[in-house]
Design a protein around this ligand. Structure first.
Ligand SMILES: Nc1nc2c(ncn2[C@@H]2O[C@H](COP(=O)(O)OP(=O)(O)OP(=O)(O)O)[C@@H](O)[C@H]2O)c(=O)[nH]1
Ligand SMILES: [Mg+2]
Length: 301
C-alpha cells in the first residue's frame, strides 16, 4: 500500500450522519412511556433485558428514573453472540457496581433457571415484611422491559413455555391471559414494556443499528456494513476472513473496498460491478447470526 495508514476504526467516515436522525423515536416515545408507567404500577419487580454485546448502549438510563424504588434484575441477553472474554470483563465490572444481573441466552436457554431464584433473593425482604405482619405474601408480579429486538418476546415464551395457541380472541380458545404463572407464587405480565434506546452519540446509534434495535434504513445497510467491517477489522474474535475465504494479507483494509472484495468473492454482482447493497445485506445477516464470530461492540473500559 502506498498510501499512509489510516485509522480504520475512526468514525470520521460517518460524520455526515446526524445522530438526531437515528433518533426516530420521539413520536412513539411519549405513548410508550405512559404505557410503561401504567404497567410498572402493577408489578413488584422488573426484568430488564439488555444486549450482552452492548451492555451500556442497550440501556436507557433516563427510564431508570421511572423505575424509582422498584427492584430490577438486569438480564444481558444473546451471550451466544457476545465475546466470552468481554463478557467476563463485563461480569466483573457489574459485580463491582453491585447491581443485580445475569448474563443469559434465551435461544440457547442459558441462565434462564437462575432468574427466579435471583428474583426471590431480591424480594426476600418484601416477603418477610408480609410474614412479620402475619399475612401470607401475595404473588410476586413481574414484567419484562427492554429496547426493540433485544429478545423480550422470546424471554417471555422461554420462561413461561407458553404456546401461541393458548391465547387468542376466538371463542372456545382459552381467553387471553394477562398474567402468566411462572411458579406457584410468581406471575409475569404477558406483554413486555418497551424502552427506547438513548442515542447519546453516533457510535451508540451505529452499535444499536448493527445489533438490531434500530432499523437499518435510517443509516442505510451499506454504511452499517462498513461500520461492521471497521469494528471487525482489529477484533481478534472476528471470523470475517475465514468465513469469506479471504486472505487478510491480500485484502484491502478500507471498509468500502473490503465490502467490494467480499461482494466479488461471493458473486454478489450486478450490471457494472459489485452489488454493494446485496453484499451489505449478506454481511449484516451473517454477523447477526453469529457467523462472523462472537463479537462484543463495547468493553467496560
Ligand atoms: N442469538 C440469540 N438471538 C436471540 C436471543 N433472544 C432473542 N434472539 C433473537 O432476536 C430477535 C428478536 O427477538 P424477540 O424476542 O422478537 O425480541 P423483542 O424484544 O420481543 O423484539 P420487539 O418485539 O421487536 O421489540 C429474534 O430473531 C430472536 O430469535 C438470544 O438469546 N440469542
Ligand atoms: Mg416482541
Amino acid at each position: 500500500m502506498s498510501e499512509k495508514p489510516k485509522d480504520i476504526s475512526s468514525l470520521d467516515r460517518f460524520k455526515d450522519v446526524n445522530p438526531q436522525e437515528i433518533n426516530w423515536f420521539p413520536g412513539h416515545m411519549y405513548k410508550a412511556e405512559k404505557q410503561l408507567q401504567q404497567k410498572l404500577k402493577r408489578v413488584d419487580a422488573v426484568l430488564e433485558l439488555r444486549d450482552a454485546r452492548i451492555p451500556f448502549a442497550s440501556a436507557n438510563l433516563e427510564f431508570e428514573k421511572l423505575l424509582g424504588e422498584k427492584k430490577r434484575l438486569v438480564l444481558f441477553n444473546k451471550t451466544s453472540l457476545s465475546d466470552e472474554e468481554a463478557t467476563q470483563d463485563w461480569t466483573r465490572y457489574f459485580q463491582v457496581q453491585g447491581i443485580a444481573f445475569l448474563f443469559i441466552d434465551v435461544l440457547e436457554k442459558r441462565g434462564l433457571r437462575k432468574i427466579l431464584p435471583e428474583i426471590r433473593r431480591m424480594m426476600q425482604s418484601r416477603q418477610e415484611r408480609f410474614q412479620r405482619k402475619g399475612i401470607r405474601p401475595p404473588a410476586l408480579r413481574l414484567m419484562v422491559i427492554g429496547i426493540p429486538n433485544v429478545g423480550k418476546s422470546s424471554l417471555i415464551n422461554g420462561i413461561t413455555h407458553r404456546k401461541a395457541t393458548e391465547t387468542g380472541p376466538t371463542p372456545g380458545v382459552t381467553r387471553h391471559q394477562e398474567w402468566i404463572l411462572l411458579d406457584r407464587d410468581v406471575e409475569l405480565l404477558d406483554t413486555p414494556g418497551i424502552l427506547f434506546p438513548k442515542i447519546a452519540n453516533l457510535e451508540t446509534g451505529l452499535q444499536l443499528t448493527l445489533t438490531g434495535a434500530i432499523k437499518d434504513e435510517i443509516v442505510g445497510k451499506e454504511r452499517i456494513a462498513e461500520f461492521l467491517l471497521s469494528a471487525l477489522h482489529e477484533n481478534p474474535a472476528s471470523r470475517l476472513f475465514q468465513h469469506y475465504a479471504l486472505d487478510p494479507s491480500e485484502e484491502e483494509v478500507e471498509p468500502e473496498l473490503l465490502l467490494e472484495a467480499i461482494g466479488l468473492k461471493r458473486g454478489c454482482l450486478k450490471k457494472g460491478g459489485v452489488d454493494r447493497q446485496r453484499t451489505a445485506s449478506m454481511l449484516l445477516k451473517d454477523f447477526r447470526s453469529g457467523k462472523l464470530g462472537r463479537i462484543s461492540l463495547e468493553t467496560p473500559h
